[in-house]
Design a protein around this ligand. Sequence first.
Ligand SMILES: *Cc1c(COP(=O)(O)O)cnc(C)c1O
Length: 417
Amino acid sequence: MRTRIPGRNFLFVPGPSNVPDRVQRAMVVAMEDHRSSKFPELSTSVLKDLKKVFKTEKGQVFIFPSSGTGAWEAALTNTLSPGDKILSARFGQFSHLWIDMAQRLGFDVEVVDVEWGEGIPLDRFEQILKADKGHKIKGVLACQNETSTGVTSDIAGVRQALDAAKHPALLYVDTVSSMVSIDFRMDAWGVDLAVSGSQKGFMLPAGLSFLGVSQKALAAMPGATSKRCYFDLGDMIKSNATGYFPYTPALPMLYGLRESLNIIEEEGLENIFHRHTYLAEGVRAAVTEGWKLRLCAKAPKWNSDTVSAIVVPEGINAAHVIDVAFRRYNLALGAGLSKVAGKVFRIGHLGDLNELMLMGAIAGAEMAMLDVGIKVRSGSGVGAASDYWRAHDPIPKRKVSKEEQFYESHSTGSIQG
Ligand SMILES: *Cc1c(COP(=O)(O)O)cnc(C)c1O
């Protein structure tokens, strides 16, 4: 095989995502005293702005120095007691891992197995919740975006299923690969525990996890007898109240988070969601119209706007595509995990991205597929994505009023000219 030539690595795994230069620079700081009188300025400002991102006014958001997995554990152990019953669906590696953790922590999980490529079965959830007359189920776990298969589930629908059954169980949502990329509304959807992490939509390195907690979940804490120490929210609440943490915070990460939140505010959350849909549509056009391949997601309603899992033809090992892409073209694609290992490769399209960056991933995946003998037409993926992006706007045009039209038509020339 030809050797790799110099130039940038193209990072297209679905996390860690690309870190913007502004965020990288913001993290190059001298260490400082995290018990100083100045420190709370930083901590209170990021904690406040995280609430906007989670779309919660009533809830509280916490930061842990861990990867997303830590906040999974914090969510469960702070609100449940050993033996408590949990309902969850398994349809990919991440929904599986959260269930596995819950079982290892001593909870009794009712698992609904679903074909990989589909998402949360709302009807089935509603039936199970309605049948649970004695309210034995204490929590419902929902993975909003299953990163291993590129499947997004309907979280508002899970809330409706709980409400239709008049069921009081807490709603736990994994938003690690959806937050700041796909719409999420903690208060409006009645989410009690929202788990997220720094290295995906937040455009930071791995190392921070975020946990949104509703008032109802906070009220469940005193009765929850699971053992917890490092992830105890009680300690966190006490320290956060004055702008501090119970242990040494990951200072450069907090400065990086401050800058990431600035960038999010500047672009606007809703615009960020639109951009992700628009970029994802271009990738999907490359896969289905250009390459004539299939997504792992079984129907358009499951399509994820942050990651596409692409099924390779029978007889081809997807790991081979990933290996050639990396070694020859310096392109990092996501591997197929567990059940879909060897069957899919993934393109992550979340975080700090635009059309031309994604063109690099599409072109590189196409070249690697050709190299391993997949008969896609050269240039077909790039062509289909180009056609899609040229014909669409990243942000849908909003209706402009007569008055705005007047001002827009009279405001050209002076500054631009
Ligand atoms: C990345 C990811 C996680 C957490 O992974 P960490 O490596 O612990 O940050 C959890 N759930 C989903 C859906 C993910 O994509």
